[in-house]
Design a protein around this ligand. Structure first.
Ligand code: ATP
Ligand code: MG
Length: 281
């Protein structure tokens, strides 16, 4: 199954979790015994972040502009903004799936893009991702999808089985565990995608429109699961959403604007009063 690693945004292994907390302890210890104080930088800090898609010689699309944002472990933040304002782009940058055109993303004071190796190890060690377009592998059951994600994230076999079984029960999927994704309802698929994203205990969980297409009850249930699991493990939860219920529920909302210099000049301008052309004339 190792060859499937490239397919995934992988997550933290117990080994790398230990390394991360040991590192935090070491920094605290260095600041001196009883006077030990928290590091004076936030868990996440974003500075002057910009991203444009396209090659330099093509017309580029300015997709994301965010001057500053910081966040602590265990916080839950909704990222909102109109369609095209860069919510998905921001999550992709935070997962180090794309390198931003400009700016810095610091986790625990370290720039994840300082080197190519940094970005890859950041992604492998610390990120869980619920994609906007659902990301279960179609040929595998719900249970296999979760186990595979654990496998590529280097979660040891016994812990992977234990955590997978726990999540299947907690997410109400136990009796659906052997079904292929196309035999699950949308809400069940979304819950299975959440299980895949958290099976390795990421320190950051990025969820892109996790309630899109769900009815109010299923949406609430997905949100309950995301917020509870993240609060328990002090995971930073960042949710890109248009969902008003999520915006109301989360204490922090970061709103993105469509970048001012986004190149929209080539879009055809159609006056609002123009009728939709008839099918036959
Ligand atoms: N791979 C890509 N290549 C070129 N342009 C892209 C690419 N992905 C996104 N864009 C453009 O970047 C801008 C931001 O896109 P993004 O998907 O981040 O927006 P969003 O806020 O997530 O929108 P939505 O609410 O519709 O999901 C949009 O103008 C989009 O057309
Ligand atoms: Mg999006």
């Amino acid at each position: 199954m190792r060859h499937m690693k490239a397919l995934f945004v992988t997550g933290v292994s117990p080994m790398s979790l230990t390394a991360a907390s040991a590192d935090g302890r070491a920094r605290g210890a260095a600041s001196g015994g009883a006077k030990m104080s928290a590091p004076n930088f936030p868990f996440l800090e974003i500075r002057n972040l910009r991203h444009s898609y396209g090659q330099p010689d093509e017309s580029r699309v300015q997709a994301l502009s965010l001057d500053y944002m910081s966040a602590s472990r265990g916080e839950a933040i909704a990222v909102t903004g109109p369609s095209g304002s860069g919510k998905t782009t921001l999550l992709r940058v935070l997962a180090a799936l794309i390198r931003p055109t400009a700016g810095e993303v610091l986790f625990d004071g370290r720039d994840i893009f300082a080197s190519r190796g940094n970005a890859a190890s950041w992604r492998a060690a610390s990120v869980g991702y619920v994609f906007q377009e659902m990301n279960l592998m179609p040929g595998f059951s719900a249970l296999e999808n979760i186990l595979l994600t654990a496998e590529v994230s280097n979660v040891p076999g016994a812990a992977a089985t234990e955590r997978t079984n726990y999540l299947l029960r907690r997410l109400g999927l136990w009796d659906r565990r052997d079904r292929l994704p196309d035999k699950l309802s949308l809400g069940e698929r979304q819950r299975a995608a959440v299980a895949c994203a958290v099976v390795h205990s990421p320190s950051v969980l990025l969820a892109d429109e996790p309630t899109a297409g769900l009815d109010a009850e299923n949406a609430r249930s997905v949100m309950d699961i995301l917020t509870e699991l993240c609060a328990e493990s002090r995971t930073l939860l960042i949710i890109a959403t248009h969902d008003e219920a999520i915006k109301k529920r989360l204490k922090r909302v970061a709103r993105l604007q469509i970048p001012r210099d986004q190149n929209r000049e080539d879009l055809p301008r159609v006056p609002a009063e123009s009728p939709l052309p008839a099918l036959s004339s």
